[in-house]
Design a protein around this ligand. Structure first.
Ligand code: NDP
Length: 284
């Protein structure tokens, strides 16, 4: 049998985490505010604790997955000596760092984590879980955490997992908004979103191929225009803004793109490559 583990919070995600530990053979203690959500897990062999403190006392590895950090504060009750708390609740980097200090003061170790998966994928290799906090703590529990999916340690700063999560959702919103905006534009010509799909998927793949070069330019702070200059993009952005108006579709996204590019051009980057926009994102 594996290391005993405790799971606090049995919502959609917490329940999936506890189920994955059980499937991998870990003696699993669970607690949830609404006790009935533990029924199915208890039927599969989990031990139900009567309180968060009793659940924490039951295992050296304590996984917390509740709605938000206020709920985490409610459930992380009692002494934490010799416990490693793995908080998989979504939140901000600053709250992760503050919680790491609170846990340390109470005698525990802290790892923060972000789950890049839906509950159904938890327990399979496709579920990626990113962790941050002391490397030695991660290494000590990497095998048990491996029951949840593919684990990745990002670094010792406990805020790194939440920071990566922010970066990732911003990226996803950008791609999804772009796709949906494109679908709205094509809709004015009677083209369905499904018909647009193969073109959109190819375009996302093409852009993904540009990223290594953009990453290097963003890191180096020099932006040679290998493809189009910001000025060239600006002309296209203006066309899209104007045409969106006459087609009667929302123009906010192209307007935002144009505003950022105009500021980059005003800062002297008109002849630079698109990656120069990183400087606009680096300030408030
Ligand atoms: P749910 O709404 O399904 O579950 C929320 C859980 O938090 C329940 O167990 C609930 O208890 C508990 N809870 C809320 N407030 C309190 C409190 N004050 N005291 C004690 N327990 C409390 O949410 P999910 O399981 O989907 O999400 C949990 C976390 O996982 C979130 O931070 C979410 O962002 C993150 N996550 C979820 C993903 C998903 O696809 N679902 C993907 C990636 C991350 P009760 O049952 O009693 O209400």
């Amino acid at each position: 049998t594996g290391t005993p583990v405790t799971v606090l919070g049995l919502g959609l995600m917490g329940g999936a985490l506890a189920g994955a530990f059980l499937r991998a053979g870990h003696p699993t203690t669970v607690w949830n505010r609404t006790t009935a959500k533990a029924d199915d897990l208890v039927a599969r062999g989990a031990a139900l604790a009567g309180s968060p403190a009793a659940a924490i006392a039951a295992a050296p590895l304590v996984v917390v997955c509740v709605s938000d950090y206020d709920a985490v504060a409610d459930v992380l009750d009692g002494p934490l000596d010799g416990r490693v708390v793995v908080n998989l609740t979504s939140g901000t980097p600053s709250r992760a760092r503050a919680l790491a200090e609170v846990v340390a003061r109470r005698g525990g170790g802290y790892l923060d984590g972000g789950i890049m998966a839906v509950p159904e994928a938890v327990g399979t290799a496709e579920a990626v879980l990113a962790y941050s906090g002391p490397r030695a703590l991660y290494d000590a529990h990497a095998s048990a955490l491996g029951s949840l999916g593919t684990g990745r340690h990002l670094g010792d700063d406990p805020g790194l997992a939440a920071t990566h999560e922010m970066a990732t959702v911003v990226l996803m919103w950008g791609m999804l908004n772009g796709f949906l905006n494109g679908a709205a534009i094509l809709g004015t010509a009677g083209v369905s979103a499904s018909a647009y799909l193969p073109i959109a998927q190819t375009a996302i793949g093409t852009v993904a191929g540009w990223l290594p070069g953009y990453a290097r330019q963003a890191d180096d702070g020099v932006y040679p225009a290998h493809d189009g200059t910001i000025d060239t993009h600006l002309a296209a952005m203006t066309h899209v803004v104007e045409e969106s108006g006459s087609l009667g579709v929302n123009a906010e996204l192209p307007r935002l793109a144009r505003a950022l590019a105009e500021r980059a051009a005003a800062a002297g980057h008109g002849a630079s490559g698109y990656a120069a926009l990183v400087e606009q994102f680096r300030r408030p």
